[in-house]
Every structure is written in C-alpha cells, then in structure tokens.
Ligand binder design. Structure first.
Ligand SMILES: [Fe+2]
Ligand SMILES: [Fe+2]
Ligand SMILES: [Fe+2]
Length: 446
C-alpha cells in the first residue's frame, strides 16, 4: 500500500500516524542531549546556527548542508555511551566531563581527576565521538553527519581526537561542526553577550590555523560581524530557522520502520544514561508489543506501543546522572525531579507532528490503576490502555534487571511481585493475560 493510502486507512481506524522528519526529530532530541551533557538547553541548536553561518558562503552540496545540521544537533549523542567506562563512583557524572570537552583536550580534563579516575575520563572523551557516530548512523542520520560527529573534536593542527587528523584530512563538515562546538562553548562561558562578541573575534584569530581551519575561521569572523548572526543565535528556541537554512523544511516524514530504527538508537542512549542494562529499552518495547498483541490490540497499534516502549524513558536524558545512579534513598526534591521524566518526554514528543497520542501514553507510564502513580495520579480508565501496557512491561523488565540498590529477581519471584501488584499498580486484566503468556517471561534474554 502506498504511504498516503496506508496513512488514510490508519487514520480511519483512529490510529495515530507519526509524521516526523528525521531532522525535526533530531532537533527535538538535541534539547534532551544538552541537558544530559550538562549544557545550557539549546547548546546543540546554537552549534547548528554557528555551523550553518559558516557554510553560507561555501559551495556545499545539499548532502553536506544536511550533514552539518544533523552533525551539529547530534554531535554528542555518544557521550552517555562513552561515559560507561568511568569508574563506579563517577557514573552519572559524565556531564561534568563532557562540559569541559570542547575547550580542553582530554588529557587536560583527565588531569583534574584523581589518578585512578583520570585515564577513564580520557578514554570516555576519546570514545564519545566514535560511539556518537555509530548511534547517529543507526538513528538514520546522513553519511556526512556521521563523518561530522566522528571528527567534531579533530583540530586543524592535529592536536585533536580521536584520530589526530590534520588539516584537510578531516572532512569539511567535521571541521565546520567542530569549530562551531568550540565557539558555542566559548560563548556560553561569557555570560555577557557584548563581552562574548568582542572576545570571540580575538579567540577566532588566535585559534585560526591552530585548532581551526583558517579559511573557515575567516568566514566565521566575517559572519559574526552582522548583528543578525547574534539575534538569530538567541532565537534558536524554534528549530525552524535552522531547518530552512539547511534546506530540510520539506524533508519527508520517517516511515514506521525508519522511526523505529531512530527510536532504537535513542533507546540505547537512554540505557547508557540511566545505567540500565544495555538493551533494556528495546526489551521493554518488545515486551510491551507482546503484551499488546496478547491483549487483543491490533498489529499496527501494537507497533506504535513498541515505538512508545523504545521512547518511554527518553525524559530521563534530562535527569542529573547523580540522581540516576544514587544508591541511597532519594530526598523529596530529588524524587520530585526524578518523577518529572514522563512529563519531560510527553512535552517534547507532543510537539512532533502525529506523535501526540504516543506522547500521552509515555507521559502516563508511571501512573498506577489505583491512582497513586505519577505525575497526575490518573486512575482506571483515565489511563490509556497503551500506558497500562507500558507500565506492566517496564515494571517486569525492571524487576528482572540489576539496580544500584538490588540484584535482579529471577523469573518466579518477579512474576510473584507482578501478581501482587495486580489491581493496585498494574491493570488486573493485563496481568492475567501476561501471566499466561509464558513465552514473554524472558524479555531480556532475546
Ligand atoms: Fe563532543
Ligand atoms: Fe557540544
Ligand atoms: Fe520511567
């Protein structure tokens, strides 16, 4: 069935039809990545603005321009992933490491840590570009974006990483995005815009031919003379300007297969960020899909439940890593912060065309049928069936995995807990269905 016909038939049956393009999704997700890496919100979008300003007078191909946008917004997609090499007491603190990265070389950042931590800090930094390029590829980012991410910390003079490439050995898109990342980080350090504007000129001249490609630095020096550059820099709340500039406004929406692939890449970033088992998000999604089908949800809707499963904890990207890895009981404020993650995800996904209903399910994945869940204390039928399915899948997968404060439960014990939660936390009819579906009871081993 052609796309439009399939969409029309789906809409007749009341199915939500996500109509989100890869660029729109990448820009939206970048807001969460900023928070995960301890930056001010909008960092990645501002990097995109600086990068695109550098491309204006260059004869770049359409692909290169798109690569600059995707590379800029997703440049640190691999940070959480690479942060996993940090020793236990530093887990969840990778934001502090990556915060320093664009302006400092890995060995300098590493030197600020105790000797037993330093080498892993260096390794995390050196690996994040590789991990990010890999995730971006699976996200469906264009080839040029993957190159930009891989090379975004290379320097013109060969002092960068991960490969220590020199000059034009680094792809143009990577040189552009890398310079933009350093420049935005420099500007973020100078709170006062006027001081930043004056300082930036000197900084660009100083790094011209050192970290930065001289001809690109010259273009950026010229571009930053215009007031418009500075106005637009602070107007990046909406990504639409950037998309227009990158020629991506009319980009085709992702079909469901491609959207699932992109969501699976994001689920891996979330797993890394939350310290969950690698593959946790995918397992919860598969289980939710399985329960949905057993509960009589039709195949197409079950696929959307699967998609929601992949994205359900995306709001956790915005949480402080110290909370996520805390072994002790959380304080009231910490708990409140933690409990915001479904709302953060809902608010973000809601802005994406055709994702409203999926956003609502995700926003409800910590609600309970007895009304004692969060964030809204919704009860019974006020809860979407899809949200109740996500809750059951998430709780069961969580019980079957190690957590900082306890070991994973075996199958029989976990099923006992699920039985005990029927009618309070979990939907009794779904629990009944799930208990009988014995082939779904090992979701993490697939
Ligand atoms: Fe980076
Ligand atoms: Fe950055
Ligand atoms: Fe959650």
């Amino acid at each position: 069935m052609p796309d439009t016909e399939a969409a029309a038939s789906a809409s007749r049956r009341g199915l939500p039809i996500p109509r989100v393009s890869p660029a729109v999704l990448a820009c939206a997700v970048s807001r969460l990545l900023d928070l995960a890496e301890g930056r001010q919100e909008g960092h990645a979008l501002r990097v995109a603005h600086v990068a695109l300003a550098t491309t204006r007078s260059l004869a770049l191909s359409r692909e290169e321009r798109a690569g600059v946008l995707f590379g800029a917004v997703l440049h640190d997609l691999g940070a959480a992933h690479a942060g996993r090499v940090l020793p236990r007491e530093q887990l969840g603190r990778e934001d502090q490491v990556f915060q320093q990265a664009p302006l400092q070389l890995p060995h300098v950042v590493a030197s600020r840590y105790p000797p037993h931590v330093g080498p892993s800090v260096r390794r995390a930094l050196e690996e994040h570009a590789v991990a990010g390029a890999d995730l971006a590829q699976r996200f469906g980012a264009p080839r040029q974006a993957v190159a930009a991410i891989l090379g975004h910390h290379e320097h013109w003079d060969g002092t960068g990483y991960p490969q220590g490439r020199r000059g034009t050995d680094t792809e143009p898109v990577a040189r552009i995005v890398g310079m933009a990342d350093v420049v935005e980080s420099y500007l973020a350090l100078h709170g006062n815009p006027l001081a930043a504007r004056q300082g930036l000129n000197d900084f660009l001249l100083q790094q011209r031919g050192n970290w930065f490609d001289p001809s690109l630095a010259d273009i950026l020096i010229e571009a930053t003379r215009a007031d418009l550059f500075w106005w637009d820099l602070h107007a990046t709340e909406s990504a639409s300007l950037l998309l227009a500039e990158a020629g991506l406004v009319d980009q085709k929406p992702l079909d469901l297969d491609a959207l699932e692939a992109a969501a699976a890449a994001l689920a891996e970033a979330v797993d890394a960020r939350t310290g969950h088992l690698h593959g946790y998000g995918a397992a919860a999604a598969r289980l939710a899909d399985g329960i949905a089908r057993r509960a009589g949800v039709d195949g197409e809707r079950a696929r959307l439940v699967y998609l929601a499963g992949l994205l359900h904890d995306i709001g956790a990207l915005a949480l402080s890593g110290r909370l996520l890895f805390k072994v002790d009981v959380l304080t009231v404020e910490e708990l409140e912060q933690m409990q915001r993650h479904p709302t953060v995800a809902r608010d973000l996904l809601e802005t994406l065309p055709g994702m409203g209903e999926i956003a609502r399910w995700i926003g409800q994945h910590h609600e309970r049928v007895d009304g004692r869940g969060y964030p809204d204390g919704l009860e019974g039928d006020a809860l979407a069936l899809e949200a109740r399915i996500l809750a059951l899948a998430d709780v069961y997968c969580a019980l079957r995995s190690d957590r900082p404060y306890r070991r994973a439960l075996g199958r029989a014990d976990a099923l006992d807990v699920i039985r005990g939660l029927s009618g309070t936390h979990l939907d009794p009819a779904l629990v009944h269905t799930f208990l009988r579906a014995t082939d779904l009871h090992e979701p993490l081993s697939e």
